[in-house]
Ligand binder design. Structure first.
Ligand code: ZN
Ligand code: ZN
Length: 702
């Protein structure tokens, strides 16, 4: 008997094929089954999306082709997983096939049925059973005493349903709370699964180590698996299958892990929930944090969002009672989970008014003096500057030539180490010219500074200072340039931990997650760029970055008393710094939320951006404005505001002109309905010269 199966295959974002295609099968395959199907001249992976139809489809495509093979070694994807994909596709305005297939491990798409069967024939992990000593009476982990705040948070976690916002200062022991939450879940239900998401796994190897250390001994080496883009395709497939089969208890992953197939999912942790890297920046621009909250509700899994500086969206949800807030304001003492006996102090914040310094001062004498004292005591310092390279621009001293990128509306950055000019947007790289390409003047000079120049400058300034043993000072740099090679990051971290570095210069990379116990001074040398930005989220990001950077200082309780955060600014009276000085995130959030409410900005309004790329700015903007004009009369048109098309901040990248249009509404539902109705109009408005367009719902930068 013939069955007609609706099957999803990978389709381009705005192709005419939006939903499932129909294939024939002699067997009634369950919804969620993985199959290989012919598509054009190729054979591709497909997901049976719904139960087979009783009769042939209404509109039978020319000739319905048969399914080529069934991947029957893999259990069908669950209804909840399919609903998550369905929701993500419709909320973020992408095709179902694109989202579903992108959510599966890449190798699954490439392997034939026979190849996959061979791979699956390897012995599977035994089904989970409660191991001895893993129950509530289990011993090892409980040896670490909880602080009173941690115990209170966990008691509420156990008693209430959430979603929870764990508002815990850096060093307050959030990780221990995650570990205990997972532990108590597994003690109650040995077959349950937990998803723990982190912004960037490569930057937080300690977290992975702690989960393996905690759960490996009783649950086996395969109990904790990782899912992130740094893994090879075979590794990713293996981890995905372990999660999908239920063999893995805990999946640790980056944003992509929100789509992991977890048939027994009961708990989702989103660590550093404010981190922008949870928002996918290409393809389906989903927020893994927001999808985690949706998925928790869908599957009855408890959701725990953790941060020292929550996103204003999550903070507001806590204020309104939609999230249950768990507060842990104090740092715990000593290492690991802390003993809770000695609350370590947060570092003192010192502001240096740079408007009182001679022009072009990079390091104020006060800061240099403080650095010198740390070095003499054998302590470490961290200098933070969010700009890599040597200098952001190279300029001619005789004419107005600057190191512009020929392909982008941006300057190429001068990298002194290999004497190149590199565009950080399109990658275009050239040797530094010997003379000005415009007037021939040989005197071309760097303007401004990046981490590379800062490191060089600091080495000069500290040349007279000596370490306790009489040796010269050791300055090191850590940014995307110095950690590009595999293993380089781990090597550099090891050097810092071993005490081989006195002063570490770096980009925001150094503020994330690392547990630098010997660092007692953190300094931001140029914190002003975000204060007067056109991006309304810039202060929020800056505050969180500075709080995180401050959190790097004095992790070791014994040194915490003397630890300091230095900020050089020309605007020391700015309210952002006043809140930072008191480590008062709630005050900062309240002030920002007042401003946002007055201005009608998120979380008090909902936004979407439509972006268009074209050969010319006229075409890009013309497409958007035409689609806007054609939107009149669509559903919910009267409840959204369509702004005129504008060029993007960096208007041209790799010779492509970019424009965007903001769509705003006071109602999330109205915005969603309007976007769904508008999609067809945008698709029909395509014109010559337009390269691509895409909708970004809940954009992080406008
Ligand atoms: Zn010149
Ligand atoms: Zn470029």
């Amino acid at each position: 008997m013939t069955h007609w199966l609706p099957v999803l295959v990978q389709t381009p974002a705005h192709s005419a094929v939006a939903g499932p295609l129909t294939y024939r099968s002699e067997f009634p395959l369950a919804a969620g089954s993985l199959v290989r199907v012919p598509f054009g001249t190729r054979e591709v992976l497909g997901v049976v999306w719904e139960a087979p139809d009783a009769g042939p489809p209404q509109r039978l495509e020319l000739e319905t082709r048969p399914v080529a093979a069934v991947l029957d070694g893999v259990a069908p994807l669950s209804p909840a997983w399919r609903q998550l994909v369905d929701f993500a596709a419709s909320y973020y305005q992408r095709s179902l096939g694109e989202v579903a297939l992108a959510a599966l491990p890449p190798q699954l798409r490439d392997l034939s049925a026979a190849q996959l069967a061979r791979r699956l024939r390897r012995p599977a992990a035994p089904p989970p059973e409660a191991p001895a000593g893993a129950g509530p009476a289990g011993n090892a982990p409980d040896a670490i005493a909880l602080s009173a705040e941690q115990a209170r948070a966990l008691a509420r976690w156990d008693a209430e349903s959430g979603p929870f916002l764990l508002f815990g200062a850096t060093g307050s022991g959030k990780t221990e709370v995650y570990l205990r939450a997972v532990q108590s879940l597994l003690a109650r239900d040995p077959a349950a699964q937990a998803l723990v998401m982190v912004p960037e796994i490569n930057l937080t190897p300690q977290l992975e180590a702690r989960f393996v250390e905690r759960f490996g001994p009783s649950w086996g080496a395969g109990a904790v698996v990782s899912l992130h883009s740094g893994m090879t395709n075979p590794q990713r497939l293996k981890a995905w299958l372990a999660a999908h089969s239920g063999a893995a208890r805990i999946v640790l992953g980056t944003r992509m892990a929100v789509f992991a197939s977890l048939p027994r999912l009961r708990l989702i942790v989103v660590d550093e929930e404010h981190d922008p890297s949870y928002k996918q920046q290409e393809g389906a621009r989903y927020s893994a944090r927001d999808l985690a909250v949706y998925r928790g509700r869908l599957e009855g899994a408890k959701v725990l969002l953790g941060s020292a500086t929550p996103s204003l969206e999550s903070w507001q949800a806590g204020e309104k009672g939609r999230y249950t807030r768990l507060d842990m304001p104090s740092r715990v003492g000593a290492s690991g989970g802390g003993n809770g006996s000695a609350d370590a102090a947060l570092p003192a914040v010192r502001l240096v008014d740079m408007s009182l310094q001679p022009p072009r001062t990079v390091f104020s004498p006060q800061l240099l003096d403080a650095l010198g004292r740390r070095i003499a005591r054998g302590e470490q310092s961290l200098i933070f500057l969010n700009r890599r390279g040597y200098a952001p621009v190279l300029a001619c001293t005789a004419c107005d030539w600057k190191s512009e990128c020929p392909n982008c509306s941006a300057f190429r950055v001068f990298h002194k180490i290999d004497r190149t000019l590199r565009c950080h947007h399109c990658g275009f790289t050239e040797r530094v010219p010997r003379a000005c390409p415009s007037c021939g003047n040989v005197d071309i000079a760097p303007v401004g500074r990046g981490t590379e120049r800062l490191e060089e400058h600091l080495e000069e300034l500290l040349a007279v200072v000596r370490r306790p043993g009489g040796e010269p000072v050791r300055v090191a740099r850590m940014d995307a340039d110095t950690t590009r090679l595999k293993g380089a990051l781990q090597e550099q971290l090891a050097r810092v931990h071993a005490g081989d570095v006195d002063v570490l210069v770096g980009t925001q990379m150094v503020t994330k997650g690392h547990d630098f116990r010997r660092i007692t001074l953190v300094a931001a040398v140029n914190a002003d760029s975000a204060l007067f930005s056109s991006d309304f989220r810039a202060p929020e990001r800056m505050f969180s970055l500075l709080m995180q950077a401050a959190g790097r200082a004095g992790r070791d309780a014994a040194r915490a008393q003397a630890s300091e955060m230095w900020i050089q600014t020309a605007h020391p009276a700015h309210p952002l710094f006043a809140a930072l000085k008191k480590h008062d995130y709630p005050a900062f959030a309240a002030q920002q939320l007042r401003e946002r409410e007055q201005a009608g900005l998120p979380p008090f309004a909902y936004q979407a951006l439509v972006r268009a790329d074209a050969r010319t700015q006229e075409v890009a903007q013309g497409f958007l404005n035409a689609a806007s004009a054609a939107a009149q009369g669509l559903a919910f048109f009267d409840r959204v505001t369509l702004y005129p098309a504008v060029p993007m901040t960096i208007q041209r990248v790799a010779n492509v002109e970019r424009a965007q249009m903001l769509v705003e509404s006071a109602s999330r539902m109205a915005l969603q309905r309007f976007l769904a109705a508008w999609h067809g109009v945008l698709q029909a408005s395509r014109e010559k010269g337009l390269i691509r367009w895409a909708v970004d719902v809940d954009p992080l930068a406008i």
